[in-house]
Design a protein around this ligand. Structure first.
Ligand SMILES: Cc1ncc(COP(=O)(O)O)c(C=O)c1O
Length: 431
């Protein structure tokens, strides 16, 4: 916070939000084309969600679910509501408090599943290079980001990574060969993002089908990390629906509560759940104090109600399509732009230049900062510019978002980028 305060003065702190707009203390308004961090899927200042949280806070702000004693009624209602919309195979829910804790919980669940079934050698979790699974030591180890392993290493044992399938790969031959070489008798779980958070690309359906079959044959728990892709971002409610290939465990967070409260969820199949039936008791001895927080569950229920009553899923796809089409009409053929693609309400702009990741990051950060100067917030990853606005973004806001980003890219001059600028650009001088 000290560093943030050194670059953002008191007037530059956000003090309120409404719809897709944020306002700082100086009165400047910013169109939030990144939905907070891809979690504010319904925008700011929603009375329905705030009221549901307020009522829950007044009625019953908290009870502990860790001891398997009596949960809050709202937690059970929310679990039932999630199971009702999830793929039919996923019937059990465990709540956590963040995306990282959901993925970590899933990894531990897979290990204990194997142990409870007597598969004592099955200890390894296999992930894909390039994936991101969270900020805890376990989820960093599970993620395929070598830079994080170097920065925060040594990483715990029990994790390894395979190359992600190349774009256009029809099958999973290479992946299955590598899994066989690792020895399936030692593999507890395979953890993948059905759509990758960092670039918005979906794993090929045929690859997933073949991997699913391999996992079933070798009793490997297939885990989907849908922390980013779940709850409508990619078009359907869950990215699982894109391929139709259902995992054994699915992790959710971010948009579960439309960003109004921290919450994570791990949904599991009967097969996984049944492995925890020890002497008639279902027992997974793991959790944190604030897991399944009733106020967050109330926000989650209100979010699901809004998704249904406001037809949010088609609105999200319309928003993404509109932004992509408008960007393409301005930027197709532009020398800086390799590709503009949209999946649901995730729009990615891939740059054509700067093969080296450091130079590319400096360029993407520069463009992001220029957008912010013009009052539009977007995000970037090591690969792309990322536009992940609220799914309910009104058409005129979507138009403003697309035209501002197109203006900035049109005005972009590579010589303006300071490749040594490791610090985020100063906020001063904006607008
Ligand atoms: C795919 C994926 N998994 C896990 C996480 C971690 O979630 P959290 O930041 O809530 O811990 C993220 C966060 O961006 C994510 O995108």
């Amino acid at each position: 916070m000290s560093y943030i305060q050194s670059i953002a003065g008191p007037d530059e702190m956000f003090i309120r939000g409404s719809g897709a707009w944020l306002e700082d203390r100086a009165g400047h308004r910013f169109l939030d084309g990144r939905s907070g961090i891809a979690n504010m899927v319904l925008g700011y200042s929603r009375r329905d969600i705030a009221d549901a949280m307020h009522e829950q806070a007044c009625e019953l702000p908290f009870v502990c679910t860790l001891r398997y004693d009596r949960p809050a009624a709202v937690t059970v209602s929310y679990a039932e509501a999630l199971v009702a919309i999830a793929p039919a195979e996923l019937t059990a829910v465990r709540f956590t408090h963040t995306g990282s804790s959901a993925v970590e919980s899933a990894v531990l669940m897979a290990r204990l599943y194997q142990r409870n079934r007597g598969n004592r050698r099955k200890l390894l979790t296999v992930g894909l290079l390039g994936s991101y699974h969270g900020s805890t030591l376990t989820t960093m180890a599970a993620g395929g980001q070598p830079s994080l392993h170097q920065l925060f290493g040594p990483m715990p044992e029990g994790f390894t990574h395979l190359p992600e399938p190349a774009a256009g790969d029809a099958g999973a031959e290479d992946t299955l060969r590598r899994l066989t070489e690792l020895d399936p008798r030692t593999i507890a779980a395979l953890l993948v993002e059905p759509v990758k958070a960092l670039d918005g690309t979906a794993l090929p359906a045929e690859w997933l089908r073949q991997v699913r079959q391999f996992c079933t044959e070798h009793d490997i728990v297939l885990i989907y990390d849908e922390v980013f892709s779940g709850v409508g971002r990619m078009g359907p409610m869950f990215a699982t629906e894109i391929s139709g290939v259902v995992p054994d465990i699915m992790c959710l967070s971010k948009a579960l509560t439309a960003g109004y409260a921290p919450l994570g969820a791990v949904l599991a199949s009967d097969k996984v759940y049944d492995a925890f039936n020890l002497r008639g008791r279902f027992y997974f001895a793991h959790g944190s104090s604030t897991d399944a927080h009733p106020i967050a569950c109330a926000a989650g229920l209100a979010t699901l109600r809004a998704f249904e009553s406001e037809n949010v899923l088609p609105a999200g796809t319309r928003t993404g399509d509109q932004i992509r089409a408008q960007l393409a009409s301005r930027l197709d053929g532009h020398p800086w732009v390799a590709e503009i693609r949209a999946l649901g309400a995730y729009v990615a702009i891939a740059p054509a230049q700067a093969d080296h990741v450091t130079a590319r990051m400096a360029m993407l950060r520069h463009i992001q900062a220029q957008c912010e100067r013009r009052g539009v917030l977007i995000d970037y990853t090591p690969e792309i510019l990322m536009l992940v606005p609220p799914l309910t973004l009104p058409a005129d806001d979507a138009s403003l978002l697309a035209s501002t980003v197109a203006d900035v890219i049109t005005d972009f001059r590579p010589e303006d980028v300071d490749p040594s600028a490791l610090r985020p650009p100063s906020l001063s001088g904006r607008r």
